[in-house]
Design a protein around this ligand. Structure first.
Ligand code: HEM
Length: 335
């Protein structure tokens, strides 16, 4: 082959190489049809396992929705929250927001093993979390949306990321907003996504401070309805009962609706991080009022913000892997 011919061959290889590399990820973007050919039954399988789990225990919908959030806020939506500790991996399950709190891992395992039977090493754990979050929302009466897909799984976890990036219930409004903005989310996303607290439970330890000693002077939080506070104190004592459970939305705890926002208007938000959306910032207060008044507005924005959250730094193309078991990195045997 002449020098000129080889030069042309190399040039054309270079020209087409990006096409080959981006084929799997469509240039790094996620799209809903990602598994249409490689695993056409993926969504159906996920939906049926989630539906069974939620039929057995309604709270599971909330727990699965929260897992996607806690995944996406740490190194992006890469399934890192699902990794158990092993070798060099220190599991995010041990972090402050997740310890004795994050749940639903067995349901994800069940989904993953069903998918591995149907189409091995094809559907990522990160995508399972995104679809399960959508299905959980729908099953409890919330909005639906098409989930963009094609995320791949990380081979590492970040305990510090989990501790630092996920907002805490006693963070100030500004800190919470900053943590959202660091993920590319804005105040509208913050308020709409907090509407997830229309379902699910919180432990006493997550809001006790409000009942007894909100700002270090031995007084309760006056932005919490005082008769509601008295009711909460009966099961959330000054000490002990840390793990006792309380509905985040006391009016319709298992239904995905806008009562969460209606509760905030009458100072019956359970977490400090809930009530501050109404009391500490003009713009978020207006959003709370708007969602309390108009359920459709909330549902539409919730779907938009969930898609936005699901797009946080996904691993696509040649980055990341498809884990065979969501709890561990391929090839490493669990201890
Ligand atoms: C805005 C900042 C947020 C804070 C400070 C926060 C904090 C919390 C806390 C403290 C709990 C109770 C955990 C426990 O005591 O075990 C909880 C539960 C929950 N969170 Fe959030 N959260 C926030 C945003 C979100 C978002 C964005 C979502 C989803 C998109 C979400 C979904 C949920 C769900 C569904 C539950 C109930 C889980 C269950 O019952 O298993 N949260 N959250």
């Amino acid at each position: 082959m002449s020098l000129c011919m080889s030069f042309i061959l190399i040039l054309s290889l270079l020209a087409f190489a990006p096409l080959c590399f981006s084929y799997k990820s469509f240039g790094g973007y996620l799209y809903p049809q990602f598994y249409d050919h490689s695993c056409p039954k993926a969504q159906e399988i996920i939906k049926s396992v989630v539906a069974q789990a939620v039929a057995k225990e309604t709270r599971m919908a909330a727990s699965l929705l929260r897992l996607h959030f806690h995944d996406c806020f740490v190194k992006g939506c890469d399934g890192s929250i699902l990794l158990d500790s092993s070798g060099t991996i220190i599991s995010e399950k041990r972090s402050n927001p997740n310890r004795n709190s994050a749940r639903g891992f067995e349901v994800i395992d069940e989904i993953k093993s069903a998918l591995e039977k149907e189409c091995p090493e094809t559907v990522s754990c990160a995508d399972i979390l995104a679809i399960a979050a959508r299905d959980s929302t729908v099953l409890t009466g919330g909005p639906s949306w098409e989930v963009p897909l094609g995320r791949r799984d990380s081979e590492s976890a970040s305990l510090s990321g989990s501790n630092n990036n996920i907002p805490a219930p006693n963070n100030t409004f500004q800190t919470i907003l900053t943590k959202f903005m660091l993920q590319g989310l804005d105040i509208v996303d913050l308020v709409a996504l907090s509407g997830s607290h229309t379902i699910g439970d919180s432990r006493c330890t997550s809001f006790r401070q409000r009942l007894y000693n909100q700002s270090g002077n031995g007084q309760p939080d006056y932005s919490l309805d005082q008769s509601y506070a008295a009711q909460l104190r009966t099961n959330c004592p000054k000490s002990g009962g840390d793990q006792n459970l309380f509905f985040l939305d006391n009016v319709s705890p298992t239904k995905f609706d806008n009562y969460y926002f209606k509760n905030l208007l009458i100072f019956k938000g359970l977490l400090n991080s809930d009530e501050v959306l109404f009391t500490k910032n003009e713009e978020s207060m207006e959003l709370v009022k708007a969602y309390a008044e108009n359920n459709d507005l909330f549902f539409n924005q919730f779907a938009i913000s969930m898609i936005k959250m699901g797009n946080i730094s996904p691993l696509t193309g040649l980055k990341g892997v498809i884990r065979k078991n969501c709890r561990r990195v391929n090839g490493i045997i669990k201890q």
